[in-house]
Design a protein around this ligand. Structure first.
Ligand SMILES: Cc1cc2nc3c(=O)[nH]c(=O)nc-3n(C[C@H](O)[C@H](O)[C@H](O)COP(=O)(O)O)c2cc1C
Length: 208
């Protein structure tokens, strides 16, 4: 089994999403000793900016026109990353809440890899999937506790963190997208919350 592990927290060993994702991978490896993990850390990758040159690369590639060196480098990165999604049997994404949503580097990755003919199809009317991946797990970490019944704000207000990533994964062709929310990661409940999440992901591993 080949797992694409997308890291979007820059906090390394201090990151709750990394800690929970790593616990999940350990549990998955116990089920699948042949597990191969492809680590895509958006902070470590040399992701091109989605600037004018990258947009040129995209349009020229579609038109079959020649790319200059800068454009070719950007397009190579895009096709390589899209292939990593296509090669995955499963995907796990660690996703911190940043200002009610997710880190901007995650959206940069989404914009880069979401290319017609690579991650999705479009026939002029409808979008279709470009990859076929059985399952993904999105691990969403948050400092606050919005799910707490005492919270003044309804979950729907805070769901940008999860709604779009789940939509993206489903749209490009992940058939079953699961989510796990880990709250309280910046208060006294942090350790307890992370330990509970580790137990939850260990329980998810056998039928993942
Ligand atoms: C830039 C930034 C913005 C954040 N915004 C929010 C927020 O809107 N709501 C919240 O509950 N926590 C927020 N947090 C806290 C993080 O969601 C929390 O620390 C989480 O554990 C981060 O995941 P990580 O530990 O994997 O990095 C923010 C943290 C940072 C660094």
């Amino acid at each position: 089994m080949r797992l694409l592990h997308i890291v979007t927290s820059p906090r390394g060993e201090r990151s709750a999403s990394v800690a929970v994702a790593d616990a999940f991978i350990d549990a998955l490896r116990a089920e699948h000793p042949d597990l191969e993990v492809d680590l895509l850390d958006v902070w470590a990758e040399d992701m091109p900016e989605f600037d004018r040159r990258t947009i040129e690369a995209k349009y020229k590639s579609v038109a079959g026109e020649a790319l200059d060196d800068v454009e070719a480098r950007a397009w190579d990165w895009i096709t390589g990353a899209a292939q990593r999604f296509a090669d995955a049997d499963r995907i796990v994404v660690g996703l911190p809440m940043w200002n009610w949503a997710y880190p901007y580097k995650f959206k940069q990755l989404v914009d880069l890899v979401s290319q017609r003919g690579l991650l999705f199809t479009f026939d002029g009317e409808a979008f279709g999937p470009g990859i076929d991946v059985e399952r993904a797990l999105v691990i969403a970490t948050r400092g606050q506790a919005y799910r707490d019944p005492a919270s003044a704000l309804p979950e729907s207000v805070w769901n940008h963190q999860i709604d779009f990533p789940v939509f993206f994964l489903s749209t490009v062709g992940v058939r079953d997208v699961r989510t796990l929310v880990v709250e309280h990661t910046w208060d006294d409940g942090r350790d307890e919350s992370i330990e509970a999440a580790k137990r939850q992901v260990a329980a998810l591993a056998p039928d993942f």
